[in-house]
Design a binder for this molecule. Structure first.
Ligand code: PHE
Length: 338
């Protein structure tokens, strides 16, 4: 009997492999439920009494040898797997961790895409603006009470230099340099001196649009807005509410019908089903005049929206601050082709 155990001991000592499968087969052969070790332990009963002690000792040695062999072969296997990962130039390059666009860039690009398809160009301007382009040219002369609608960051002590509060300033610059027909959208970062909360931030992004030509009407504006909301949100219903902006007359706010199907719909639409997404209106003749365009000959419309707000709606994000924290776990969720 004891010779049988010693034979196995030699076999175990001699065994070696770099194959996971072969090592596992070896383990099962010896240490599996119906393996050799269990068989030999079961045979203990039949060993004559005087041999029992020696047999038992030998058997324990075999058991330890099997365990040690399996452990050492397996650990060689994992460490060599690690080494191959680092050193093997032929290993597959996948999966490659790619970066992805910021959700605000994704939404901005989608909006740009929608408007460029109907002929809008993209215009940009400075973030540090002067009073004229941000306010005065837009029918907001000094001391006009509507200036309070947009709390402003001024640069040091010069009240003429400020951080733009909207990208309407870019439209002023564009009109000063170009005669109609004008069809342009202005994406960009804007700044307002507001407390930071889940709903508002002192820095955010806008896209404003401007269309000026002969005989542009309010109907043209509505059609463009419908085209836009259908393209961005899928088939959707919108409504316009009368509103006030100093640079447009008449002015309106655009709501999209969000529905009342879930608890969240109830909460974010305050039980009405409607959500405000942008401001718009017909460009005030004074603004055209300020920018060197003859209001007798031309008319136009303008609209403006916050990219954060649209992104929050599209992705059901409840806190605007997430866009600025750059937490990789948040950002990783947004994949886009644009
Ligand atoms: N400039 C406005 C704002 O920032 C939005 C707007 C743009 C409204 C164009 C009407 C027309 O709030």
């Amino acid at each position: 009997m004891i010779e049988e155990v010693q034979k196995h001991l030699k076999e175990v000592a001699a065994f070696s492999s770099h194959e996971a499968e072969a090592i596992e087969n070896f383990r099962v052969k010896y240490a599996g439920k119906k393996g050799i070790l269990n068989e030999l332990f079961a045979a203990f009963r039949t060993v004559p009494n005087e041999e029992k002690k020696a047999y038992g000792q030998e058997l324990n040695t075999l058991k330890t040898a099997v365990n040690e062999k399996v452990n050492s072969l397996q650990s060689q296997l994992t460490s060599s797997a690690k080494n191959t990962k680092i050193n093997d130039p032929s290993r597959t390059p996948f999966p490659i961790e790619t970066g992805n666009r910021h959700p605000l860039a994704v939404v901005k690009n989608r909006i740009i895409d929608i408007f460029t398809q109907i002929g809008f160009t993209i215009s940009e301007g400075p973030e540090i603006e002067d009073d004229w382009h941000n306010f005065t040219a837009l029918n907001l002369p000094e001391h006009h009470p509507a200036r309070d609608m947009q709390d402003t960051f001024f640069i040091q002590t010069d009240p003429d230099i400020l951080l733009r509060t909207h990208t309407s300033s870019v439209q002023v610059r564009y009109m000063e340099k170009n005669q109609p027909p004008i069809r342009t959208i202005s994406p960009g970062r804007v700044f307002r001196n507001e407390a930071i909360s889940a709903r508002s931030h002192c820095i955010f992004h806008q896209i404003e649009g401007l269309y000026i030509a002969k005989e542009v009407s309010f109907t043209d504006l509505i059609q463009t807005l419908k085209y836009f909301t259908n393209a961005l949100f899928g088939n959707s219903k919108i409504r316009l509410r009368p509103s006030y902006f100093p640079f447009t007359e008449p002015s309106a706010e655009v709501d999209i019908y969000w529905g009342l199907e879930t608890e969240t719909d109830y909460r974010i639409t305050k039980g009405t089903g409607w959500l405000e997404i942008m401001g718009c209106g017909m460009v005030d003749p004074n603004v055209l005049k300020n920018c060197g365009i003859d209001p007798e000959e031309y008319s136009g419309y303008a609209f403006g929206m916050g990219i954060e707000r649209i992104a929050m709606l599209l992705y059901q994000i409840s806190d605007i601050r997430l866009f600025f924290e750059n937490d990789i776990r948040f950002l990783k969720q947004f994949k886009a082709t644009l």
